[in-house]
Design a protein around this ligand. Structure first.
Ligand SMILES: Nc1ncnc2c1ncn2[C@@H]1O[C@H](COP(=O)(O)OP(=O)(O)OP(=O)(O)O)[C@@H](O)[C@H]1O
Length: 272
């Protein structure tokens, strides 16, 4: 018997997660981005490539609400960004040099800070929050580093801590700004395995700026889907369009590490 096709399934799976419509931005009247148009659908993996100063970080900062476009419109999960409140659905790992290594926080505190969002900076930490933190630490295989000062860790360990921070809310969208800068090649490979796995099996949509062009192109292909000024958007969807129903949507952080270890790309691949 032919499989029953749910006519709504495809649209539900492929809804727009980010829409950029004619977005422009300037720093002190100096234009950086002009008329950027692009949409990212659920379960896309988007690699954003561009030369130094092309405006990649600026674009990501607009998408996470830290900068306002001069003109144009940004929608997140179908809502105009000004009305968007579900920030817990988005995990953001900024560029490494945005972090002050002298900041006196432990890894656990850094990971927990991913829960606080914009409005709840000084709330009490509940048992449920602690549990989420332990799960994120476990998923990234850094439980043993939880009490260490973040500034004392190696580059690869810091990246895992920041990824755990971005993952603590079980986000639907992960935005990563050059996540492998300053990390050795072996650790980078482990990191790419991890995010590929998260893309393919955990229903997470990715927007990633990267200079590791070879590694990223091996996953997302040679040809950009779209170009806008100096920005190039490479896109890979997590599955064939007709295969939505088959995809395993179960994704808990606890299971993530287990699955990765089963694929033998876990701890050893990106210890540093
Ligand atoms: N706060 C700022 N004030 C003024 N100009 C800025 C500011 N931040 C960035 N710029 C300028 O805007 C342009 C785009 O910067 P952005 O950091 O977005 O580029 P990028 O593509 O991420 O570059 P890179 O690959 O070097 O990280 C650059 O010319 C930069 O000098």
């Amino acid at each position: 018997m032919a499989a029953e096709i749910n006519p709504n399934h495809q649209s539900a799976c492929h809804q727009n997660i980010i829409e950029l419509v004619d977005v422009s931005f300037a720093y002190q009247q100096k234009p950086v981005l002009e008329h950027v148009n692009f949409s990212i659908q659920e379960r896309d993996f988007v690699g954003l490539i561009g030369s130094n100063g092309a405006g990649k970080t600026t674009l990501l900062r607009m998408i996470v609400g830290l900068l306002k476009p001069e003109s144009g419109m940004i929608k997140l999960f179908g809502e105009p960004i000004g009305q968007f409140r579900d920030w817990h659905r988005i995990g953001y790992v900024p560029q490494k040099n945005a972090f002050n290594p002298l900041f006196p926080a432990t890894v656990r505190e850094v990971v927990l800070s991913g829960l606080y969002g914009r409005s709840k900076l000084f709330r009490r930490i509940s048992k449920a929050d602690q549990q989420k933190c332990e799960e994120a630490l476990h998923a990234m295989n850094i439980e043993d580093l939880a009490g260490k000062r973040i500034g004392q860790l190696s580059g690869g360990q810091q990246q895992r801590a920041f990824l755990a921070r971005a993952l603590i809310n079980n986000p639907a969208l992960l935005i990563l700004d050059e996540p492998t800068v300053g990390i050795d090649v072996e650790t980078q490979e482990g990191f790419f395995h991890l995010i590929k796995h998260m893309h393919q099996h955990h229903n997470i949509t990715f927007l990633m700026v990267s200079h590791d062009i070879d590694m990223i192109r091996s996953y997302i292909g040679e040809k950009p889907k779209s170009e806008c000024g100096k920005l190039k958007f490479f896109v890979k969807h997590s599955h064939d369009l007709e295969d939505c129903v088959e995809t395993n949507l179960a994704h808990g952080l606890w299971g993530l590490r287990q699955l990765i270890e089963n694929e033998k790309v876990g701890a050893a691949g990106w210890k540093s």
